[in-house]
Design a protein around this ligand. Structure first.
Ligand code: SF4
Length: 348
């Protein structure tokens, strides 16, 4: 008998409709098994405003909890099983530096709008809202960048340079119209030494999990699984994406696995993204096709959330002891603005 799973099930039963457990697809199977809603960051954000439960437990990294708090109804509380789980990429853009950079770009006289990837802190989302920009996820980055280019002559995309490059390739923005900013420890960009007049400026951040996939991994997969199809997440480097057969968000990769299972039974699909998700897809479709990870890639931050920690936070909620996540009052409105702009542009 798994006592942790049983204890979680008992608390879920006790709290009933007062509780909703949400989990990101990169969570491990033991945690996902308890989730009422699972999804990528866009799906999770979309679902929050429609949840009636008094308590939302978000199994994911810190910025996901912050986004849920922003979109939750008044009186609802959001809890994280592991508040120390923080997206490594979001840590690459301290708001102090981001503000300094936006101030310097404004001084150039160019009309530049920021687009912040959802994998950023609440403070960066608030800054983005303050400067007239919006948030995006990997599922809608193309739509949101196109939206930003209709509003301004230039866009700064933060913080994932790889996603920025991959979306720029889809939108037909040539390399010589992009620039990865050089930013020093004080947030200075030295305008005289950088081509800030380019159409797309990129913050020099990346997901260290997806960025570890290299072009040779794709070549090795093709020789190990002859005839395989290879799909990867656009947080991978553009040189990797160029060699793949398909690329797209987490939800796209899930659909792609289902499509291959139905349309090409017996074939092999290699997926370049976080391994918990790839292993789950392999298990789900194991009767129809073979699914393999492009390489070992477990996000250590997502892995900090465990079934035991989920039980711990649920016991706290049931016992009225769990401290909910609190959003700093002054950040609330500008950050929510940047998130709701995304939901309005992409449809709720
Ligand atoms: S996989 Fe990368 S982007 Fe996703 S939470 Fe981990 S570090 Fe952040």
């Amino acid at each position: 008998m798994n006592t942790t799973a049983d204890a979680i099930a008992a608390i879920k039963k006790e709290l009933g409709r007062d509780l909703c457990i949400m989990g990101h697809h990169y969570q491990n199977d033991a945690v996902i098994a308890h989730c009422d809603i699972s999804g990528d960051s866009l799906e999770l954000a979309r679902r929050v405003p429609h949840i009636d439960a008094a308590h939302i437990v978000l199994c994911g990294v810190y910025f996901m909890g912050e986004s849920a708090s922003l979109l939750a109804r008044e009186g609802q509380t959001v809890h994280l099983p592991e508040p120390d789980a923080d997206c490594l990429m979001s840590a690459m853009i301290p708001v102090r530096l981001a503000r300094r950079v936006l101030e310097q770009l404004a001084l150039t006289g160019r009309d530049i709008v920021p687009v912040a990837y959802a994998n950023s802190s609440l403070a960066v989302k608030a800054l983005t809202g303050e400067y007239g920009g919006a948030v995006c996820t990997s599922a809608n980055a193309e739509i949101m960048l196109a939206w930003a280019f209709r509003r301004a002559e230039g866009v700064i995309f933060m913080p994932d340079k790889n996603l920025g490059h991959n979306i720029a390739n889809r939108l037909g923005i040539p390399e010589n119209e992009r620039h990865v900013l050089r930013i020093d420890g004080r947030g200075l960009i030295e305008p005289a030494s950088q081509p800030l007049d380019r159409k797309l400026l990129l913050w020099p951040g990346a997901c260290s999990i997806h960025a570890r996939f290299r072009p040779e991994f794709v070549e090795q997969a093709r020789s190990r699984y002859p005839g395989c199809r290879i799909a990867a997440h656009p947080e991978c480097r553009q040189e990797v994406i160029a060699l793949c057969d398909a690329a797209g968000s987490t939800s796209f990769l899930i659909r792609e696995a289902a499509r291959v299972a139905e349309s090409a039974p017996g074939s092999a699909l290699v997926i370049g993204t976080e391994e918990n998700l790839v292993r789950r897809l392999a298990e789900r479709h194991r009767d129809k096709c073979d699914i393999f990870p492009l390489s070992h890639a477990i996000c250590p931050e997502m892995s900090k959330v465990t079934e035991e920690k989920l039980l711990n936070v649920l016991e706290g909620i049931a016992g009225n002891r769990s401290e909910p996540l609190r959003v700093a009052g002054n950040l609330f409105e500008p950050a929510r603005l940047s998130l709701t702009r995304m939901l309005e542009v992409c449809g709720k």
